[in-house]
Design a protein around this ligand. Sequence first.
Ligand SMILES: Cc1cc2nc3c(=O)[nH]c(=O)nc-3n(C[C@H](O)[C@H](O)[C@H](O)COP(=O)(O)OP(=O)(O)OC[C@H]3O[C@@H](n4cnc5c(N)ncnc54)[C@H](O)[C@@H]3O)c2cc1C
Length: 525
Amino acid sequence: MQAELIKPMSEDFADYLRDESRSIGHAEHIAFPHSEEEIVAALRACYQQGEKITVQGARTGLAAAAVPYGGCIINMSRMNRVTAMRHENGTYYLTLQPGVVLSELKKMIGSKKFDTADWDEDAKQAYVDFCKDGEFFFSPDPTETSATIGGMVCCNASGARSYHYGATRPHIHRVRMALADGRIISAERGKGRANGYDAVFTCEDGSQVSAKVPSYRMPHTKNASGYYAEKDMELIDLLISSDGTLGVMTEIEVTLLPQPQIIWGVSLLFENEQSSLEFVDQMRRTVEGVASVEFFDTGALDVLREQKRKSTAFSALPVIEPFVTTVVYVELHCDTEEQAQQRLFAVGEAFTKAGGKEENSWVARNQSDLDRLMFFRHAVPESVNMLIDQRKQKDPTITKLGADMSVPNEHLFDVVKLYRATLKENNLESATWGHVGNNHLHVNVLPNNAEEYNRAKELFKTWAAKVTEMGGAVSAEHGVGKLKAAFLTIMYGEKHIDEMRALKRAFDPKWLLGVGNLFSEKEGI
Ligand SMILES: Cc1cc2nc3c(=O)[nH]c(=O)nc-3n(C[C@H](O)[C@H](O)[C@H](O)COP(=O)(O)OP(=O)(O)OC[C@H]3O[C@@H](n4cnc5c(N)ncnc54)[C@H](O)[C@@H]3O)c2cc1C
């Protein structure tokens, strides 16, 4: 092993054995490469030894995908530079190392401040254009902004605004990927498609990787469940959402969008959940320019009420009156104030039709009010994580159990009915929030002990089967990782999982990368 690059695991690196799912793994080595060359060197060393490899971004994942099951961790935190900008046909593209953190990227784009010292002349010229041009943004917005671009691409992460702009996938223009044996492939949007179900990647050394695209039909919903697969698909889409199982992304080129001129948000407070769903159903058919539609149920609001009461860090949260059982947040992206006013009026109409009262709404027309509503949004998962950590102290075997399933529009009412009825039957405490515009709710069970935790795990399996029957996805944004591998089998069935295995083997014949992700560990080895 290359001693400088690949270090033996020790107590100092204990944090790298876990991610935000709170699962803890084990590893023998760890590497923090600074360049593609170092990634390749680490991969080659592992390949020679037959050592497993787990790639890590910021470890904010919720599916244990970055948690190692033995072998060597390759952590991307030292590869965090923006290395170029391109300006073509009015569009700006940024080339990123995979460890660039989303919050930093947003800051650089928003302030138009980049370290251009190492950029070539073309990139510097694009930057000159960019500085003189209007405002731009990178639209993917997972709530956790400490995620890296590599992690986001590998999970096809999404967020509130994906309702309008789509998940990470459409905003990725080009990627470079190092395979387990150190060969490099690249793929660019608009260049390179599968021929039917035959995908061929040409490596930089001239060799080829030929793989069969799985033949399943993906759900027509928001989806981050396993490999993207479609006849004649763009090759780049096979690499996006591959969950660390096909190779290590070494470079990612992202597309920027023009910043909308006007952003307004409105939180609508409902006395009952059914009215809130009727509002969503009505509003998404009648209102234009809606960028996001978010939902918070009684369980989530109760956790926030408790946080505000107990912790000064959450004192900025608004008071949520006892009559409020559900909150729906709608964000409007518009060209002019007049348009924003019209759209806000249309939202109000849908709200009243669903039984809402105008005084039960909070409107944000400026950045500080929008930031306050964002704080509210982020405080929910943070508070739930803190609650689970407290409960974990009493029973270390429990972890957070959050569903990440989506269904087509016509099944929104059915899926909420399913969640409510079965949680009640099982007498389980829960908090639910998320992207209701995409029929994608994070139902989080809050177990008090191991028995409740295990019961909830079984319940999630039954949900995976029902959601599949509704034409939905078992993971809409967090990726499958290790924790949802069984759900993926429920969703696609053994035949298609075998096709996925064959695809992985074409890229990684020794089955070294991301072991335990997508497929349960024993299956791959
Ligand atoms: C409070 C909270 C809120 C969240 N909200 C959202 C949300 O709204 N939407 C959402 O989508 N997610 C959300 N997440 C989950 C998480 O932030 C995302 O999944 C994120 O994309 C993970 O990025 P990461 O850098 O932390 O990746 P990691 O967790 O480190 O890794 C995730 C996967 O990507 C692979 N990977 C990482 N880098 C590379 C690389 N360079 N090459 C190959 N594979 C790589 C890993 O092997 C692993 O399979 C949330 C998490 C938390 C804690």
